[in-house]
Design a binder for this molecule. Structure first.
Ligand SMILES: C[S@@+](CC[C@H](N)C(=O)[O-])C[C@H]1O[C@@H](n2cnc3c(N)ncnc32)[C@H](O)[C@@H]1O
Length: 286
């Protein structure tokens, strides 16, 4: 494994590269993360120093080494119906309210964006709720195909897993009540569970960086951006939520992680409490 002990002075080259690649600023105190996660990648690359490794990553026209660095340096922690309250509100209030706009003819399609979706549990949790609501008749004549769910992440590795819809026994147990597993997954080889095609096809996964412009994506009725902004610096966070506001319909919703809040954007979003959950609603006049 690559020996970091002689590379102290070159260490900032790694932190700078990662910050540029995905806006994640990890300081000296997170040195152990670089060592444990990037050590094997540096060794595999054959580089004998950090400057040589960075030169290889910058010079790699295929982008594969850069992608590998992003894959290992991003944290992909996620699980089904993460933080239960907002999901209860989605099922009981928000999704039926959005569906009512289709039923009334006000809209022909509801668009949902899941930014930084990791291995897919988050967008698929929405798809599962819609499947259940529609099959139980709670949304009248509205069908799952009336909803478009777009999900993206900067990490190609996580997107590959997300698109497969295949989860280990441990992943399937995290946050997913048996009802969902029994009704929407098939047991597959290797002690895995695979989400049925009817649910998988409801979500489109794309690779995208939150640093990139959102121009051309159109407007969304609901945007989830959860448990990722915690890794960003304040200036980028401000810019990110300003840009997200630009792609949310007036009165549309933003859903953050359970421990996150949006204190600096009161001019763009107002708080909407649905049951025990907090959503941010795009102001009409901003
Ligand atoms: C901790 S996970 C959160 C996943 C999910 N949203 C949730 O709350 O369970 C953070 C995800 O953000 C992604 N990410 C980090 N920086 C990103 C960036 N600049 N653009 C897009 N995705 C990013 C990571 O790859 C990772 O999958």
């Amino acid at each position: 494994m690559f020996d970091f002990s002689k590379s102290g002075a070159d260490f900032p080259l790694l932190t700078k590269f990662v910050a540029e690649a995905c806006c994640i600023h990890l300081g000296e105190d997170k040195r152990y993360l670089f060592e444990s996660r990037l050590g094997p990648v540096i060794s595999e690359s054959g580089a004998t120093s950090i400057p040589e490794f960075i030169r290889m990553a910058r010079g790699d026209a295929t982008g594969k080494l850069r992608d590998r660095i992003i894959d290992v340096m991003t944290t992909h922690e996620t699980y089904w119906f993460r933080d239960s309250h907002p999901w209860a509100a989605l099922e009981a209030q928000l999704l039926p309210a959005l569906a009512a706009k289709i039923a009334s003819g006000e809209k022909s399609r509801i668009r949902i964006l899941c930014a930084a979706c990791s291995t897919g549990q988050e967008p698929y949790s929405i798809a599962l709720l819609l499947q259940k609501l529609c099959s139980g008749g709670a949304l009248g004549s509205v069908r799952p195909s009336d909803f478009e769910i777009l999900a993206f992440d900067v990490s190609r590795g996580t997107l590959f897993l997300a698109a497969s819809g295949r989860y280990s026994q441990i992943e399937i147990a995290r946050g997913l009540p048996e009802f969902w597993r029994n009704n929407y997954f098939d047991a597959t080889p290797g002690n895995t569970w695979t989400l049925r095609e009817q649910v998988r096809r409801m979500v489109t996964f794309k690779r995208r960086n939150l640093q990139d412009s959102f121009a051309g994506m159109g407007l969304f009725d609901l945007v989830l951006c959860r448990n990722v902004a915690i890794y960003f610096e304040n200036d980028f966070k401000r810019d990110l939520f300003n840009r997200l506001a630009d792609i949310i319909y007036p009165s549309g919703y933003l859903m953050l992680g359970g421990a996150e809040s949006l204190l600096t954007h009161g001019h763009l979003f107002e708080i909407d409490r649905l049951g025990s959950a907090i959503f941010y609603r795009r102001r009409n006049n901003a």
